[in-house]
Write a protein that binds this ligand. Structure first.
Ligand code: CA
Length: 227
């Protein structure tokens, strides 16, 4: 279920969209002006924006541009009046994902919304399982590190440690938390299991494993990943 912000100044249209999306269990917020819409998107994590072009204050293209400039990556589906053919060219340039011409059938619009949400979930999943560490690509699905020299296999525990570190990028993850989640055990402070796997991971990922720059030791706690 997604949080969807509708930025649309036609009340009937907005209400119809809202009812249908809520019926599908989505959380919907509606702004009738550009300013209000921008505020709603900034207020809470948003999965998709339905954006009208002709609004009373800021036009939809400018909103699109501002959202992308602010670093928002959620799909934006533009709703535009018939005849605004130029929009089809400008929309993608400004970072819109899809474009629906009014009047549209609700069914068509909902299908586009589903498709956009599906694409963005897939790319978010891919970003969680594939990431770069300098010039090396980690692929946690295939359990390999792809280096300019070739592929290095990752063991199961190495992959799981990396996954956990990547989920908490830049933050220290405690050894004890790793042991509990990955091995399912609580172990005493003398346990070297995690440290041994870290040594091996550093050999595969660090240009100089003796002076790690990515898999860092968090003193007395555990480790953190920095990209
Ligand atoms: Ca309008």
């Amino acid at each position: 279920m997604a949080r969807i912000v509708i930025i649309e100044d036609e009340p009937d249209l907005a209400l119809g969209l809202r009812d249908n999306l809520e019926f599908e269990q989505h959380t919907v917020a509606h702004g009738a002006t550009g300013e209000e819409g921008l505020r709603l998107v900034a207020a809470e994590p948003t999965d998709l924006v339905l954006l009208d072009i002709m609004l009373p204050d800021i036009d939809g293209f400018e909103i699109c541009r501002r959202l992308r400039a602010a670093g928002h990556t959620m799909p934006i589906v533009i709703l535009s009046a018939r005849g605004q053919e130029i929009d089809k060219v400008r929309g993608p340039e400004l970072g819109a994902d899809d474009y629906v011409t009014k009047p549209f059938s609700l069914r068509e619009l909902l299908a586009r919304v589903h498709a956009a949400l599906r694409r963005s979930t897939q790319s978010a999943k891919a970003a969680r399982t594939q990431f770069m560490v300098d010039d090396r690509q980690v692929d946690l699905v295939r359990q390999v590190v792809i280096t300019p020299q070739g592929e290095l296999p990752l063991g199961y525990y190495e992959s799981e440690i990396l996954r956990m570190l990547h989920e908490h990028l830049g933050q220290a993850v405690a050894r004890t938390d790793m042991l509990l989640r990955i091995w399912g055990v609580g172990v005493g402070p003398a346990d070297r299991t995690v440290d041994n796997h870290i040594v091996s991971l550093r050999r595969k990922l660090e240009p100089d494993p003796q002076k790690p720059r990515h898999i860092l030791t968090a003193h007395a706690v555990g480790y953190k990943l920095v990209l």
